[in-house]
Design a protein around this ligand. Sequence first.
Ligand SMILES: [Zn+2]
Ligand SMILES: [Zn+2]
Length: 177
Amino acid sequence: MPRIGLVFASGLHDFFNSGTWQVIRNLALLFVVIFWAATAYWVYKDARRRIEDPWLVVMATLLGAVVPFIGPLVYMLFRPPEYLQDVRERELEIKAMEERLARRDLHCPVCRAEVDPSFLVCPVCTTRLKQACSSCKAPLEALWQICPYCATPIEPTSTLELPPLPAPRRERRRASE
Ligand SMILES: [Zn+2]
Ligand SMILES: [Zn+2]
């Protein structure tokens, strides 16, 4: 038994001192170095797609390169969850949706008919939508202090001077009930 063990041990010793072992060790080392470089490069590429601040990209790449294999893992845990391009696309989509909503908001408050921003009165139910400028007759927004078209100051009392409008039909029906 001990003899076989001795033979085996000397065989191992010969093997580790042989050229084959050197080659295998160098190949393994080369593989580890290539893998390390690849993970560092991956961190750089991924960080550029996710992080806007160039300094943070540099920091992430350094973390990925200086701390082999653990650095990229740590980066993966803390990287931003979305690509910059996706964030930008979503922001554009939200903006477009808001614009669509704002356009759709132009409805008569009483009958919900679609109205133009230039309408003074709802053509469907005759509800007064806006006040007209006393000098140029342009439709005025409720918050405006002065007519933007002819620079005539808007009298806050002029709203009271408007002729009383007939109550919308729906309200009248409810009152008669
Ligand atoms: Zn209406
Ligand atoms: Zn005006």
